[in-house]
Design a binder for this molecule. Structure first.
Ligand code: 5AD
Ligand code: SF4
Length: 445
């Protein structure tokens, strides 16, 4: 049985920012193939579920989502499972969920048009190759963006092999995209209205290449080059590994005006015994030394981190060391998770897995402390005058929401300002998750 080529599509991304970026690139590619994005809430002929495999709960979600795509009359859209679940589970997916037509891994999605044709012929289309030739060259150029902020993947994959993590298996080995490809994409985004670019990579600060003159360049060199692009107002990057925070990158935080005072630097745990078992290759002390250096050049920097509680054999004393590092750093923002054993990773078969009830209790204690610090950080910005990049309308009439340099969401009565504008505000109040500002004056565009 052959099926018609789908006319409308919907891409739904879960998980990290890299997936959001991949989802946008897939959408741009499907549009270039002549398909149109389905209206919000409307049913699409083709649905891409761009999945996350980092924790079990995220990975299992795809199966309930697939079930929900069945319509009342028994028909369904053409369904592709993309992303890290596709890479990790491959042919197992259509065995578990017969409605799936296409399985495509994160390094193969540039071949989606061919996979759709195969699915039209009624064949199961599976592509989880990690081709030597990167997908980026085969994707259409970036098109005008709806928002003033954009992600730009510069680095993918991971060679660090933390013992809990699936990323080295689902995203493959570390690769750095070439200098010129990144600069071209940045310029296209800026031409399309983007004013803030967040450079993405699983280990973004490990990005390194030779530039056109044959000089070796690290992320700080790239940031300095982007800083010179007219029209770009703000630069961010995520996610970094403590061991790849070079002195050059730290110095950039004190020197590059467009580089925002925000650093996401996961530590995962505060106990050196656990860090060793995690194969993190840094200690609590070496991590704190990096942060000291960053704070010396950029005292107001907002620090953010990731934490895992209940890694195998974590004792109360180990967990207390995590709380201690949190007290030492006082994060502006953080993500914290219960350890989730992932098939194929070394930690999954370690002895002394921590009981769920203990994990729950530790996560709650950690989150209480992190939330308290987040609120304190936000409150400390009250009374400051700062710049916002306006990103979206707020819930109240005339209200707009923008981001501060420290990545806080700030609500403001717009008074003639528009999304994409940089405005100056006084921060007047702060809660744990958002702040309120009063418009001072418009900054010239
Ligand atoms: N269990 C729980 N959290 C995990 N992370 C990665 N792997 C796991 C796992 N198996 C967390 C880490 C990482 C973030 C993206 O997800 O904190 O930094
Ligand atoms: Fe996973 Fe560790 Fe690599 Fe981060 S550095 S992606 S946690 S293996």
């Amino acid at each position: 049985m052959t099926r018609e080529k789908p006319k409308t599509f919907h891409v739904k991304s879960f998980g990290c920012q890299m997936n959001v970026y991949d989802g946008e690139r897939m959408a741009e590619m499907l549009a270039a193939e002549g398909m149109t994005a389905a209206e919000e809430g409307a049913e699409a002929d083709f649905v891409v579920l761009n999945t996350c495999h980092i924790r079990e709960k995220a990975a299992e979600k795809v199966y309930s989502d697939i079930g929900r795509l069945r319509r009342e009359d028994g028909t369904r859209p053409m369904i592709a499972v993309a992303g890290c679940v596709a890479q990790a589970e491959g042919a197992e997916i259509p065995r578990r969920a017969r409605d799936v037509d296409i399985v495509v891994g994160p390094q193969a999605y540039h071949r989606l048009p061919g996979l759709i044709e195969k699915a039209q012929q009624g064949e199961m289309a599976l592509d989880t190759d990690m081709p030597a030739q990167s997908k980026f060259g085969a994707l259409p150029d970036r098109t005008a963006q709806k928002r003033p902020t954009a992600f730009l993947t510069v680095q993918e994959g991971c060679d660090k092999f933390c013992t809990y993590c699936v990323v080295p298996y689902t995203r493959g080995a570390e690769i750095s995209r070439p200098w010129q490809a990144i600069m071209d994409e940045a310029k296209a985004l800026i031409d399309g209205g983007v004013r803030e670019i967040t450079l993405l990579g699983q280990n973004v600060n490990a990005w390194s290449v030779e530039d056109c003159k044959g000089h070796s360049q690290g992320l700080d060199g790239l940031i300095r080059a982007l800083d010179r692009l007219p029209g770009l107002e703000r630069i961010r990057y995520t996610t970094s590994h403590p061991n790849d925070m070079t002195d050059g990158l730290i110095a950039a935080h004190g020197e590059v005006e467009k580089l925002m005072p925000y650093l996401h630097l996961p530590v995962q745990a505060g106990s050196d015994r656990i860090l060793k078992a995690m194969n993190r290759s840094h200690s609590a002390a070496s991590y704190l030394t990096v942060l000291d250096k960053v704070r010396r050049v950029r005292p107001d920097i907002a620090l953010s981190g990731d934490f895992i509680v209940g890694f195998p054999a974590e004792t109360e004393e180990d967990f207390e060391a995590t709380l201690q590092i949190v007290r030492d750093v006082r994060y502006a923002h953080a993500f914290s998770f219960k350890y989730s054993p992932r098939p194929g990773t070394p930690a999954a078969t370690m002895e002394e897995q921590v009981p769920a009830a203990i994990m729950d209790e530790r996560l709650q204690r950690l989150q209480t402390l992190l939330n308290q610090h987040q609120l304190e950080f936000n409150q400390a910005t009250v009374g400051r005058t700062t710049t916002l990049l306006l990103e979206r309308p707020g819930r109240l009439p005339g209200q707009l929401v923008g981001k501060s340099p420290w990545l806080q969401s700030v609500h403001v009565q717009g008074e003639g300002a528009a999304i994409g504008d940089m405005i100056e505000v006084d921060i007047v109040s702060a809660g744990p998750n958002s702040l309120h500002g009063e418009l001072k004056k418009r900054k010239a565009a």
